[in-house]
Write a protein that binds this ligand. Sequence first.
Ligand SMILES: Cc1cc2nc3c(=O)[nH]c(=O)nc-3n(C[C@H](O)[C@H](O)[C@H](O)COP(=O)(O)O)c2cc1C
Length: 174
Amino acid sequence: MERKNGSTIDGAGSLALDITILVGTMTGTAQLVAQELELRIDDGETRAQARLMDNLDAAVFEGGGLFLICSSTYGQGDVPDNAKQLYDSLVSRRPDLTPVRYGVIALGDRTYAETFCNGGRRFDRILSELGARRIGDILLHDASAGTMPEEVAAEWIGGWVTLCREQIGESASA
Ligand SMILES: Cc1cc2nc3c(=O)[nH]c(=O)nc-3n(C[C@H](O)[C@H](O)[C@H](O)COP(=O)(O)O)c2cc1C
């Protein structure tokens, strides 16, 4: 049985998750993170597909689903260029995203103290304003910390998927 939050329950009652990773990037770091996560997540019961945000708009969230926003930050704490159309269309169209569940990986650099990771945080703010529900805390990555974002994200993703299973599983049995 396919459901609106990106999960399917098979005949044996196990919960399969389908995660769409939406990638906002300028120089490819967020894409590298998403590609690493695609490999890590795919275990038969949980599938992930990465999509660059290029040319997407709010329609990508139509019908609900489980999304992982993976976005860097540019300019004055803005979303990257390839994410602008999607972000602006959420702000202007304001669709009801109640069936959407999402997580956020925000890439930034603490050198930009005032706007640290604002690209990902902006997506978090607009999605929650539109009724979508975040699962887990935002993963904030600081490029000046000397850690590799794909490694930090690979360590984080297992816990996030477990939380998704718990929260989506609970609402399935409620
Ligand atoms: C011109 C420029 C502006 C940036 N502005 C910000 C910013 O305002 N806030 C922030 O946290 N990081 C900022 N960053 C850091 C990037 O978001 C960070 O390096 C990120 O990992 C890049 O990911 P990407 O290759 O996927 O675009 C900026 C980087 C550059 C080169």
